[in-house]
Design a binder for this molecule. Structure first.
Ligand code: CUA
Length: 636
């Protein structure tokens, strides 16, 4: 079998004579994580042979089954291997893709109001949004999936709002946002990550330095501006402590052993203009000893600001002078961007952004060295504009090169052995289109990455899609990384609405969403057929009704102008995928009702007239007939 270099990829570094292992690209059809597949032993060879004989692997039609025939197609009716959760950036949502098809399966509104899912339209979700700052949008960047024992547990996705300093939680039982916390003492939470192995804390990484509290004091005194790392307890979503630091904070990642958290900064001088921010030759990687920080909080060594214990982690802090500093400040080349911990927890790798290197930090050395800079054990020269690094679990790192529009694959241990600023650890580079920001490999944030698929989240798409005016989509490119001999292979372009920043990719076996609601999980009481009623009391009207094919519990309801009206509706269907909604024209309401879901909406009936409440989900042949009259009688 002779692999043909794929036409889309940079083939320079590829040995076209290498015999490729053709087994890996079968995996998407088998519904097994790659590791499990390999563990299946003899079955691998048998399937490979069988598939080769039937021509299943010959996807490019050249009559040869080879590694260049990477099959990223998922035929109609078949399911994907992975869930990918992509942030929606300033659209404020999270998108769910199937990988490798790159089909967008769902959008989950988080910081944005969204009518198809009724998000922000019913009382519960509207109150959640209003109590978390009452903003109509957010800038969702880093979706991180909860883990137990350093592996995805399918419970939650956490995501930050960079714009307004919030953190949200998505419940993967129902793929819906169930909590948002407005974080005090910070503006612009950028990185969002967990303390691992068990996601017992969520970290919000404060990007913008502001006066604390930001109430008008020290307006133009940048020396008094500060940023904080925030720790949030995931079950309650309560902010439990914060740490003040010098400079700002950018991206972050948790160590694997429950102690360390790492964050980069790009403004260690505390400047307030772009030219000043990029002036110093070095900035910091900050290593937070979260156990030492928790001990400081327990010992009362904090200042309470806006109800939160804030610990002093600045370089001059007395808490940072002893044997066990709270925050270690490591000098790295200026304006670093991403930091990510290797799957085995050995290294934190910092991507240089303005410097063409990555910096490899050996985590255990923090306890051994006197000079924190001695934790640096490698610094490969990777290329122009390194931003983020992902892993395949086979000892390789994949780093996006924003300036060079490439993804570079390099060997982590080779980078530790090599001279600093050497290109020797580089294995290959592949062109992407164009200017990649984040990238994500399957389960890269766990201790056991799957090592088959990688998505490069490219900020610019330019000429890759039909022109649609001055606003272009982004381009999320799927790359196969499962064959080290054949090299990285670009297999798919996927346009993305502005603008994904980061993603997490989880094997489908680790997520188990419910097809219908369990009424016990909802705050609002279920309305069954016998519970249908209208309660009137002092200008308040409470309508409790069912919805089912093809009618609501009442065919008409009369209220008085000025009444405060609450409608509680249950979709009493038990059949999956049979949704209704309660849409009320001119009252700006559309409440989604999935099977067994109960939602409540409250509004003031301030417009007299006839309003056809209708179902906006196409639910049956009589869907159009599913409507009832809301009669608002004018005031005398
Ligand atoms: Cu119910 Cu359409």
């Amino acid at each position: 079998m002779t692999p043909t270099p794929p036409t889309d990829a940079t083939a320079d570094d590829r040995d076209s004579e290498t015999t490729a292992d053709t087994d890996d690209h079968l995996i998407p059809r088998l519904g097994l994580p790659r590791r499990d597949f390999i563990k299946a032993g003899a079955a691998v060879g048998a399937m490979g042979t069988l598939a080769g004989c039937t021509g299943l692997l010959d996807n490019n039609g050249d009559g040869v089954a080879s590694a260049s025939d990477v099959d990223a197609s998922v035929p109609p009716g078949e399911l994907d291997e992975y869930y990918a959760f992509l942030s929606g950036g300033h659209s404020g949502d999270v998108r769910v893709y199937g990988v490798p098809s790159m089909r967008q399966i769902m959008r989950i509104p988080v910081f944005n109001y969204e009518s198809a899912r009724g998000y922000g339209h019913d009382d519960e979700t509207r109150e959640m949004l209003e109590s978390a700052g009452d903003y109509t949008w957010g800038d969702a960047h880093h979706p991180r999936v909860s883990q137990t024992d350093n592996d995805y547990d399918g419970r939650w996705v956490f995501i930050n709002d960079k714009a307004n300093g919030r953190m949200a939680r998505i419940n993967l039982k129902y793929f819906e946002t169930d909590a948002i916390v407005d974080i005090p003492n910070t503006q612009g939470v950028h990185g969002a990550c967990a303390r691992l192995p068990d996601t017992d804390l969520i970290f919000g990484v404060g990007e913008y330095r502001v006066p604390i509290p930001n109430d008008g004091r020290n307006l133009d005194d940048p020396d008094a501006y500060e940023s904080v790392l925030t720790a949030i307890e995931p079950e309650s979503m309560n902010v439990v402590w914060q740490v003040r630091v010098d400079g700002n904070l950018d991206n972050g990642d948790g160590g694997k052993n429950g102690r360390w958290f790492f964050a980069t900064d790009y403004n260690s001088d505390g400047a307030v203009t772009e030219s000043e921010m990029a002036r110093p030759d070095t900035d910091y990687l900050k290593a937070f000893d979260t156990i030492a920080i928790e001990e400081a909080v327990e010992n009362g060594e904090y200042e309470e600001i806006n109800g939160v214990p804030v610990v002093d982690g600045t370089t001059e802090s007395p808490l940072n002078q002893g044997d066990r500093p709270l925050v270690h400040y490591v000098d790295v080349p200026k304006s670093p961007h991403g930091v990510s911990v290797t799957p085995d927890g050995t290294y934190a790798i910092v991507s240089g952004k303005l410097d063409p290197t990555c910096t490899v930090v050996e985590i255990d050395r923090f306890d051994e060295v006197d000079d924190p800079n001695d934790v640096i054990v490698g610094q490969p020269l990777v290329g122009g504009g390194p931003l983020h690094t992902a892993y395949d679990g086979r000892g390789h790192a994949y780093t996006t090169l924003f300036v060079d529009s490439q993804v570079v694959k390099w060997d982590i241990e080779a980078a530790v052995d090599a001279e600093r600023r050497s290109e020797d650890p580089i294995i290959e580079k592949i062109d992407v289109h164009y200017n990649p920001g984040h990238l994500i490999a399957a389960e890269s944030y766990t201790a056991d990455p799957q090592g088959d698929w990688l998505i490069s989240l490219n900020k610019l798409s330019k000429d890759r899609f039909l022109p649609v005016g001055p606003v272009h989509p982004e381009n999320d490119q799927l790359i196969y990384i499962g064959d080290d001999d054949a090299g990285m292979q670009l297999v798919k372009d996927t346009p993305a609405y502005p603008e994904p920043h980061d993603a997490s990719m989880v094997h489908r076996s680790k997520i188990d969403p419910e097809p219908v609601y369990d009424p016990e999980d909802l705050e609002t009481e279920y309305v069954d057929v016998d519970d249908t009623e209208v309660i009137r009391e002092d200008g308040r009207v409470h309508i409790k009704m069912t919805s089912q094919r093809n009618e609501f519990g009442f065919h008409d309801v009369t209220v008085q102008e000025g009444d405060e009206v609450t409608i509680t509706t249950t979709n009493i269907e038990t059949t999956s995928d049979l949704l209704h909604s309660l849409a009320i024209p001119q009252y700006d309401i559309n409440v989604k009702l999935a099977p067994q879901e109960t939602r409540e909406v409250t509004f003031t009936a301030d417009k007299p007239g006839v309003y056809w409440m209708y179902c906006a989900y196409f639910c049956s042949a009589l869907h159009l007939e599913m409507r009832s009259r809301l009669l608002v009688e004018p005031e005398e």
